[in-house]
Design a protein around this ligand. Structure first.
Ligand code: 0WK
Ligand code: 0WK
Ligand code: BGC
Ligand code: BGC
Length: 942
């Protein structure tokens, strides 16, 4: 009975659709979408392993940096020689790239010749292989009548895994496919080629770039499609590359921009990551290959192995009697007898089955139609699995890119080449479909690279040339902004000279050295309620301070900031002070203290000639202020008149101080060693405690000096240290160092960008030092440099947009944003976008570099100035070493990511005998104004 059942099922099986038989036999090669998603996820994890410095060494998927930073932008041009080595054909080409007319419509002409590589050279000595390559090149130059006199830039497309530290260098990690030449692994392939070219002689070529074929393919397709940022090869080998964020590539310096990474995904699975998907046939192919255990994925996907896989499956089925009634021929037993071209032929739409029969005949196999259908099915399943695995790999890469760019959907193009993809029927469509299914959120376009990868290789060289020349031009443009140690030392010396000059002469001096009539920093006994008013670079501030002896931290009660409209800054003086009086009125209202005739300290952040603590004649406006009828007038007087005009409240203005002085006073409360006040904000300035005897320009009544000295005798130990110096009468000098250079002393430092900024400013030829440093001008200096680079065609594709021509559009806050380390380049681009500047990655890198150069110079110059001040104080006190604190305030110092650090380093470098601590002011100069008022009042009460 059982026997009857067996025969029946056998016959029913025989009648069965032969494809079903094959599907069952090869079920392990059928990969469903969830398996492909699993493989894709595993591959993305492998990618991350390859990118990270920690795990790269052990990673199977090497993720090799290529030093190709950008895809073509249409400005590439030139004639290049290209050697295309490593695919199924070795080609020598000449590629002529002409500049694009209309976006990217540049023309590319190519001449090529394919040179066979004798089998023995593939496995012989590497030297002979490269000699063959070089001789083929020479033959090509000869045949194409290309002059051998001229130096020819050459690009090498080398389709094997290479570790590159630069575009024109690459250590071969291992051969793959059918290459096995000795003495090349671990060596620099470019050097090997150069050696061969020298041995061949009679030609002058400069190897400028070596690229993997995936990279060259991406570039070739990127020439016509700017979305092309992935290169894919499914040929005798398989591999993919893509544009990765530089900050993800640990093995390469820099965080800015992108770099193309050659994944070398052929090695995926070499560490066992695919073991649960490897079939017995894959193991057999691997075992029989010349690199067992290596390139596991490649052996499941690429043209070099597909034919073998089909042969081994058919062989096994035949042995099991599932095909050809169990007949097996020697040909079928022979490795390589079924090629990938056979597999493609068997799959052909129309003639697939006929081709299959013919191939089986060639293999000495008599086959039934069902056998042919079955064998064709085997081919389909093998190549289907190949396209599925490529789809899974691509899905991982595209997901990585989408996640890198924080996008929900991604529009991207994949440049493809390789005989399997190009010639295998249905391969391309299957691949596209499966990719779409695995990552529906990505809109993927596949572009076949026409004419091979050499156009791309030439473009990489052209880009390398362009980047190299761009780099040279950017360096030239920025070099005047890069100050040497000698130059900074010179600035320090000149600042010192100006400080000395300013102390002597009452007459005009670049650095005015204005006496502040503040003789001492707070000693902690200050107390009482004070109103502090502050007119700074951009705002007016009103502050109520209740000083409690020595306890500054909780003395600040309330404050309000009133933006100063430009029309007030540049209107009449009367309007300005009426505006101030109105704000004070509003504040007192808000505090319910209109009737309290409070003592007030007035911080006035502009140069004032003072005759006493409560008067100050404005010397000249700076920053954005240009109000009329103010210069030469007493600002305290003008404020008092405005208050009178308002007739709502009254104030007892007991002191007027510069914001540097206010800042020093408020910080000195926390740190008695603070005797310098520095502002690096909209404007810049510094004050410091100078010894009265050095301030020759003010009338010194001997009596007054003695009186000062005596007073101080009776305070506690803390004062001990100060005694050492306090004995010497001092006064705080508001240096107004912003004016250094107004006498031409900085002309050798000032660049034409700075001159542009100065000419367009409200006060040309004034405040030259300030215009090199402070926040009001840095953005403008950057804009001038960007204008220059754009006019030179180095930026924004040479498009000088209205935005770029608009003064003041590049706020200094953008510098701080653009230079912040946390900001990826994408965000730099969005900042530029906001400014109406459409930029590329390269553009953003250059813009960031320009911002960096301008702000770095500003901080260094500020440091050079400060070094002069601390050195002067050290010498004033005849000290070998000075410990001193600088109270500092201002948006540039507080908000710019690098300014304060570079400033401190520069001071350390230029004033090595001074230990300078920096104390950012919490209370702002307002508290300082109140303290000054308190100190002034204390004196009056005596
Ligand atoms: C053509 C490209 C070449 C690449 C080859 C890969 O020009 O750089 O290596 O495609 O395909 P294969 O020739 O291996 O099928
Ligand atoms: C905060 C001080 C103020 C000074 C300002 C300078 O309290 O007196 O004028 O810093 O910084 P800017 O606002 O110009 O950045
Ligand atoms: C090589 C890759 C190459 C790929 C396609 C692989 O065997 O390792 O570098 O890109 O073949 O040619
Ligand atoms: C003014 C100084 C002020 C500095 C910082 C400069 O423009 O001339 O008086 O201290 O800005 O605000």
């Amino acid at each position: 009975m059982f026997a009857v059942h067996l025969v029946l099922s056998f016959f029913s099986k025989l009648q069965e659709d032969p494809t079903k038989k094959v599907d069952r036999f090869m079920y392990a090669m059928h990969l469903h979408d969830d398996q492909l998603s699993d493989i894709s996820t595993r591959f993305q994890a492998e990618m991350k392993k390859g990118l990270s410095a920690e795990s790269n060494a052990a990673a199977a998927v090497k993720m090799l940096p290529t030093h190709v930073h950008s895809t073509p932008d249409g400005s590439e041009k030139g004639h290049f020689l290209v050697l295309d080595l490593g695919g199924s054909k070795f080609k020598v080409l000449q590629v002529k790239v002409r500049e694009g007319t209309g976006v990217r419509r540049g023309g590319v002409e190519m001449e090529e010749k394919t040179y066979p590589i004798p089998e023995e050279l593939l496995t012989g000595s590497g030297k002979e292989l490269f000699d063959h390559v070089s001789e083929s090149l020479k033959d090509f130059l000869h045949e194409k009548k290309i002059s051998v006199e001229k130096k020819h830039p050459l690009a090498l497309t080398f389709s094997f895994p290479c570790e590159q530290s630069a575009l024109n260098q690459g250590l071969l990690l291992n051969w793959s496919k059918n290459f096995r030449a000795r003495g090349v692994q671990g060596k620099d392939v470019v050097q090997a080629l150069r050696g061969a070219v020298n041995r061949t002689g009679g030609m002058d070529v400069e190897v400028l770039a070596m690229v993997n074929d995936t990279v060259a393919t991406m570039m070739t397709c990127g020439f016509d499609d700017r979305y092309c940022e992935v290169g894919l090869i499914v040929g005798s080998g398989t591999n993919a590359c893509y544009m990765e964020e530089l900050h993800h590539i640990d093995l390469v310096e820099g965080d800015e921009g992108r770099m193309c990474v050659n994944t070398e995904w052929g090695a995926f699975g070499d560490d066992g990551a695919l073991n649960d998907y490897i079939t017995e046939f894959d193991r057999e192919v691997d075992a029989a290959s010349n690199n067992p255990g290596k390139q596991i994925l490649e052996k499941m996907v690429s043209g070099m192995y597909l034919g073998e896989l089909v042969r081994l499956v058919v062989l096994k089925m035949a042995k099991l009697g599932l095909l050809f009634e169990g007949q097996v021929s020697d040909a079928l037993r022979t490795k390589g007898k079924i090629t990938t071209a056979h597999v493609a032929a068997m799959e052909e739409y129309k003639h697939g089955l006929r081709n299959t029969r013919n191939i089986l005949v060639d293999l000495d196999l008599s086959s039934t139609p069902d056998d042919c259908i079955a064998v064709q099915r085997v081919s389909t399943i093998v190549s289907f699995r190949s396209s599925n695995l490529v789809a899974a790999g691509l899905a991982a890469i595209l997901t990585q890119i989408r996640q890198n760019r924080h996008l929900r959907t991604l529009r991207i193009t994949v440049g493809v080449d390789g005989t399997v993809y190009k010639t295998h029927p249905r391969y391309a469509n299957r691949l596209h479909k499966v990719v779409q299914r695995l990552i529906p959120e990505c809109h993927v376009r596949f572009v076949l690279s026409d004419g091979g990868s050499s156009k791309g290789a030439a473009l990489v060289t052209a880009v390398a040339q362009r980047l190299a020349s761009q780099r040279r031009q950017v360096d030239e443009t920025l070099s005047p902004l890069r100050l040497s140690g000698e130059q900074l030392l010179l600035v320090k010396k000149r600042m010192r000279g100006a400080l000395e000059a300013g102390l002597k002469s009452k007459g005009p001096s670049a650095v005015k050295m204005l006496p502040s009539y503040v003789y001492q920093t707070p000693d902690g006994t200050e107390h009482g309620k004070y109103l502090a008013l502050g007119l700074g670079g951009t705002n007016f501030r009103a502050l109520l301070v209740d000083l409690k002896k020595g306890l500054l931290q909780n003395s600040r009660l309330n404050h309000k900031i009133y933006p100063t409209p430009v029309e007030i800054m540049q209107g009449s003086g009367e309007e300005l002070f009426d505006h101030i009086a109105q704000c004070v009125g509003d504040f007192l209202d808000y505090m319910g203290m209109k009737s309290a005739r409070l003592p007030a300290g007035f911080t006035f952040s502009f140069p004032c000639e003072q005759a006493g603590i409560d008067t100050g004649t404005l010397v000249s406006w700076t920053k954005r202020f240009k109000a009329t009828d103010c210069e030469g007038h007493d600002v305290v007087g003008m404020l008092r008149e405005a208050i009178k005009r308002r007739n709502e409240f009254d104030l007892d203005i007991v002191s007027v101080v510069n914001d540097t002085v206010g800042t020093m006073m408020s910080c000195a409360c926390e740190d008695p060693q603070c005797e310098i006040g520095l502002i690096a904000g909209t404007g810049t300035n510094v004050c410091y405690m100078e010894e009265l005897k050095n301030i020759e320009k003010i009338e010194q009544e001997k009596g007054q000096m003695e009186r000062e000295g005596e007073e101080k005798q009776d305070d506690g130990a803390e004062r001990e240290k100060k005694e050492e110096h306090a004995g010497i009468p001092k006064m705080c000098i508001n240096t107004e160092w912003g004016g250094l250079g107004d006498d031409g002393s900085l002309d050798d430092i000032i660049t034409h960008y700075d001159s542009e900024v100065d000419q367009n400013s409200l006060n040309p030829r004034k405040q030259r030092f300030e215009k090199l440093i402070s926040g009001m001008y840095l953005g403008e200096v950057v804009r001038q440099v960007l204008l220059n680079l754009t006019r030179g065609g180095l930026l924004f594709r040479g498009q000088v947009t209205e935005a770029l021509k608009t003064p003041g559009i590049f706020h200094t806050k953008y510098l701080s944003q653009i230079e912040s380390d946390r900001l990826a380049l994408l965000q730099v681009r969005s900042v530029l976008q906001q400014l109406g500047l459409d930029s590329t990655c390269d553009d953003s890198i250059i813009v960031k570099e320009v911002c960096g150069a301008v702000s770095h110079r500003a901080a260094q110059l500020c440091g050079a100035g400060l070094a002069a001040v601390v050195d002067k104080i050290k010498e004033n006190r005849g000290l070998d070493h000075l410990d001193i604190t600088v109270g500092v305030d201002g948006s540039l110092y507080k908000l710019h990511p690098h300014f304060s650090g570079v400033l401190q380093q520069t001071v350390k470098m230029l004033a090595p005998q001074c230990t300078v601590s920096f104390l950012p002011s919490e209370g702002g100069s307002g508290t300082g104004a109140a303290l000054t008022a308190a100190v002034a009042r204390k004196k009056l009460e005596k």
